[in-house]
Design a protein around this ligand. Sequence first.
Ligand code: GLU
Length: 262
Amino acid sequence: MDFFNKAKRVVVKVGTSTLTYESGSLNIRTIEKLVKVLSDLKNSGKEIVLVTSGAVGVGMGKAGYSKKPDELAKKQALAAIGQCELMNFYDELFSHYGHTIAQILLTKDVIDDKIRYENAKNTFENLFELSALPIVNENDTISTEQLEFGDNDTLSAYVSALTGADLLIILSDIDGLYNKDPKKYFDAKIIGTVEKIDENIEACAGVATSNRGTGGMITKITAAKIATKAGCDMIIANGKDPYILYKIFDGEKIGTTFVANK
Ligand code: GLU
């Protein structure tokens, strides 16, 4: 199956538990591999968007917090610290491979407001024309309940719709969507392909969650609904080794694929 190899515009979402250690320090080995493979995919002619989490997690690490604070303003301050550190690191690594990155921070009102939506869309298009690689996160420092996506799974799906992406890959700390809880049932199996998101699929999402990110499997199903409705295929795969992205484009059957409504 070389189908995914044909995908030209690809959004890759990576979660906090993949990018950082429990302490909030950057997982350098994983990020280096991620940047290397994304740079290479870009060299091969694909247009790549990276949706990154980790701002709060890295900010916590830098500021010496071992637990996420409850107070919103504290979390927002930590996100402001962490976002700088993250982007600085991405910039250094992508520059090494000759790529220009661009930071895009979004809030939910961009999706809901026609003019803002068009503006964001035009910005992405111009970045692709400039051959830059957009790196997106939620604008955590100003996101409050009315404005927030809440999790980057949902954000990445909206970004896929906004950019007209062919494929969204969510790299998580779980291998895919299981038919039952793999922590309880040794015979639990990954569902390879989902053609339609029905109650059975929703029920499976209730059982297996990832460990440290904001979203669990339920937010990934929400993301799959948004992405597939917009005509974008979506894959959930384990991001522990980002070279898994090569396998996906080489046609190996990895994780769970949600087939776009076309
Ligand atoms: N925007 C948050 C951050 O960068 C992460 C949200 C999520 O993990 O879903 O820390």
